[in-house]
Design a protein around this ligand. Structure first.
Ligand code: NCD
Ligand code: ZN
Length: 422
């Protein structure tokens, strides 16, 4: 048995008993038998393990940026008990062998659950659909060409119709490439100040609108990745009100940061979609508050130091996000007074699980023992050198946040304990 004593669950002090991968009791019951593993939960809060449905683990092909072992280690350090990994690997995850390879490597790494996302089109080239049925049978949990959009609307329509026949979500990276037009940061005052070409919000919004139209006309679900704009959130809000089966996600960096971070030509803040302006940041928070945004994901996009040292034009987009996500979201949203802890659980666990169609942790009798213990009163400073991720690329370095992950329990087994790391 695994026993967590005196831990806070929904405001109450309880003991949690876990046997195998199940919670057997939550309440006053105690137990101390030989062989029990006991965690002192005093001053800690137990939450259902976080699920990040948008990460880049980079394996196979870009192991110098991240591999499945380092990426899932970063995940458990961040309190995640499951991640869904995007297919922009090398080769692209567009065939059953790579899906199976990822699952095998995840099992070897034995950190957290990994749900491979397979490509919508072969090689993410947008020309030909993948063999979705075979990919599903191999273990793919969703489809996406993330990193690039499926620009051809007919291709996207076919993908949505095909994927809906076997109930797997399609996740679209919304970007009209013709409107990006060489831009490297958000179009606006700061881009002008630095003399950098801007990326219009229209690039994201136009593609969000296209996808909503497809979902609406054909009556099929779609999940929109990393939404960053006020216009995009408004389109999604209105579509949901009409009953369109659209869901979406946003990221900690869009709720906490603006493109002020790029001042000084800071490539650590270069990400796609780009960090926007204060009005967008406020709109992202408003969308979280009113349920327009279903999930918080990291879009964990680790890159090497050499990659990111190439200046604003040539360095790749991306933020290494797994190890700062909870603290940034908790501090910004819960400490900021916008939402309660329970709504944060919906955004970081229940909704992603629902969209992916997977079981998630539940702190109740019979629930899956995927549990994260956090110390919400602990304030800490982000130091990328401490990351387990190979990607030290973060605009959050040096910033202070509340909420520290202390233990991550996956299927009843402690996969991360901060105490043991020090
Ligand atoms: C992602 C990556 O590096 O793979 N980068 C990013 O800035 N988001 C690609 C993506 O999610 O679009
Ligand atoms: Zn993307």
């Amino acid at each position: 048995m695994l026993v967590i004593n005196n831990v806070t669950v929904k405001g109450k002090q309880v003991n949690i008993l876990i046997e195998g991968d199940r919670v057997v009791s939550v309440g006053k019951r105690t137990r101390a038998a030989k062989g029990d593993v006991i965690i002192d939960g005093t001053s800690l809060t137990a939450l259902p393990g976080f699920i990040d449905m948008h990460v880049h683990l980079r394996e196979p092909g870009f192991e110098y940026k991240e591999d499945i072992t380092s990426g899932t280690r970063a995940a458990v350090r961040g309190g995640f008990t499951a991640v869904a990994c995007m297919p922009n690997t090398k080769p692209v995850t567009d065939n059953p062998y790579i899906v199976k390879y990822i699952l095998m490597r995840a099992k070897e790494a034995d950190n957290c659950r990994v749900y491979p996302v397979a490509a919508i089109t072969q090689g993410e080239k947008g020309q030909q659909l993948t063999e979705m049925k075979k990919l599903k049978d191999a273990g793919a949990a969703a489809f996406s060409d993330d990193g690039v959009p499926v620009s051809d609307s007919r291709m996207m329509r076919n993908a949505l119709l095909y994927a809906s026949t076997f109930n797997l979500p399609v996740i679209e990276h919304c970007e009209d490439k013709s409107l990006v037009d060489g831009g490297v940061v958000n179009e606006g005052k700061n881009a002008n100040l630095l003399g950098l070409p801007g990326i219009s919000r229209a690039s994201e919004d136009a593609e969000i609108a296209r996808n909503i139209v497809l979902a609406e006309v054909y009556g099929v679900p779609i999940h929109l990745a990393h939404v960053s704009t006020r216009g995009g959130m408004q389109l999604i809000r209105e579509a949901k009100a009409r009953g369109v089966k659209v869901t979406c996600e946003t990221c900690p960096h869009y709720m906490a940061l603006t493109d002020d971070e790029i001042l000084g030509f800071n490539a650590m803040a270069k990400v796609n979609p780009p960090l926007r302006e204060e009005e967008d940041r406020q709109a992202v928070i408003a969308a979280i508050v009113d349920g327009t945004a279903d999930c918080i994901v990291t879009d964990h996009a680790p890159h090497s130091k050499e990659d990111k040292d190439n200046g604003m034009y040539d360095s790749p987009n991306g933020i290494s996000g797994l190890e700062t996500s909870y603290a940034v979201a908790y501090t910004t949203l819960v400490r900021g007074g916008y939402i309660g802890q329970e709504q944060l659980c919906r955004l970081m666990t229940y909704n992603p699980a629902k969209i992916l169609g997977v079981e998630c942790g539940r702190i109740e009798k019979g629930g899956l023992a995927d549990i994260t213990l956090v110390d919400n009163s602990a304030e800490w400073t982000v130091d990328p050198e401490q990351f387990a991720s190979k990607g030290k690329n973060t605009p959050f370095a040096g910033k202070k946040y509340f909420g520290r992950v202390e233990y991550t329990i996956v299927g009843g087994r402690v996969r991360y304990a901060r105490k043991e790391e020090i």
